[in-house]
Design a protein around this ligand. Structure first.
Ligand code: A3P
Length: 292
């Protein structure tokens, strides 16, 4: 809910995430071999956590075997930087096997200094603003039905366009990573949910090359893609039942439709136009475009 967010140095955050950001800015030390997955909420984080986990650990956990993703929710396999630093300011990721895979929603300009200074890799994924908004809209209503009941979608769209989105303003903060990826392509790989969905195998090979663990065999690629597909992950018992530890969110809340252009079921043409207009104003001239 917008009323529960705070603006901090150019981004909107909840109090808990803000605390986590400040803690990790102070204490987190990046390693050269770290892989940081950065996204805005609802941009495909869960999917990429699964894909990257399977990719990075494919020799330790062959996809054809009894894979951890079959019995564990992706959020429990990959630590959440500012979330874990909120729970405990002394959290220590040094026990994680190398290369460490860590996820964050922190804007580029607020990342811990060591992440920017070290030669660790950042995989950034964004999603069409209309689909991201709609995904969060449904997520919020599922998680907090009472608080969100009666909150008009028109007001939510207006707030979104004013930048009031968790981890937002959406466009400004996507652009930060976009420009950084142009400036420093060895450091930041910029991908989109839409491309990942349309050509998952091509994109996962691009990611593998970027983080320095290219594939030897085509079958490996397609097995990972299949294991992490929406159909596969969303039908697993572990992702259908129960709640995630600590954050207490229902595991199945992270799997809704998993489609490109799903906004059409929720947004009227006029609300879609409001978002499109903001997108045009904000992204014009940047070279970044969304296909839906
Ligand atoms: P929808 O609400 O549009 O269905 P995040 O993980 O960043 O919270 O993003 C959640 C969105 O990613 C949801 O979008 C969810 O359904 C979708 N998603 C989750 N797993 C996916 C997968 N394996 N493939 C494609 N989309 C997936």
């Amino acid at each position: 809910l917008v009323s529960q967010m705070y603006q901090f140095e150019g981004s909107w955050q909840t109090q808990a995430l803000l605390q986590g950001i400040v803690n990790c800015q102070k204490h987190f030390e990046a390693n050269e071999s770290d892989v940081i997955l950065s996204t805005l909420p609802k941009s495909g984080t869960t999917w990429l956590k699964a894909l990257l986990f399977a990719l990075i650990n494919r020799h330790k956990f062959p996809v054809s075997g009894n894979h951890p993703l079959l019995v564990t929710n992706p959020h429990s396999l990959v630590p959440f930087l500012e979330g874990d630093y909120y729970v405990s300011p002394d959290v220590n990721f040094s026990e994680l096997p190398s290369p460490r895979l860590i996820q964050t929603h922190i804007p580029y300009h607020l990342l811990p200094v060591s992440v920017k200074r070290s030669s660790c890799k950042i995989v950034y994924c964004c999603r069409s603003p209309k689909d991201t908004f709609v995904s969060l809209w449904h997520f919020g209503r599922k998680l907090a039905p009472e608080e969100t009941a009666g909150y008009p979608i028109e007001t939510a769209v207006e707030a979104f366009c004013q930048g009031k989105f968790i981890g937002g303003p959406f466009w400004d903060l996507v652009l930060e990573y976009w420009y950084e990826s142009r400036k420093n392509p060895d450091k930041v790989l910029f991908i989109t949910y839409e491309e990942l969905k349309k050509q998952t195998e091509v994109e996962i090979k691009r990611i593998a090359e970027f983080i320095g663990c290219g594939f030897a065999a085509e079958e490996e690629v397609s097995e990972i893609v299949k294991l992490c597909s929406f159909e596969s992950l969303s039908s697993l018992e572990v992702n259908r039942q129960g709640k995630l530890p600590i954050i207490g969110i229902e595991s199945n809340a992270f799997f809704r439709k998993g489609e490109i252009g799903g906004w059409r079921d929720t947004l009227s043409e006029s609300l879609a136009e409001v978002i499109d207009k903001t997108t045009e104003e904000k992204l014009g001239g940047s070279g970044l475009k969304f296909s839906c």
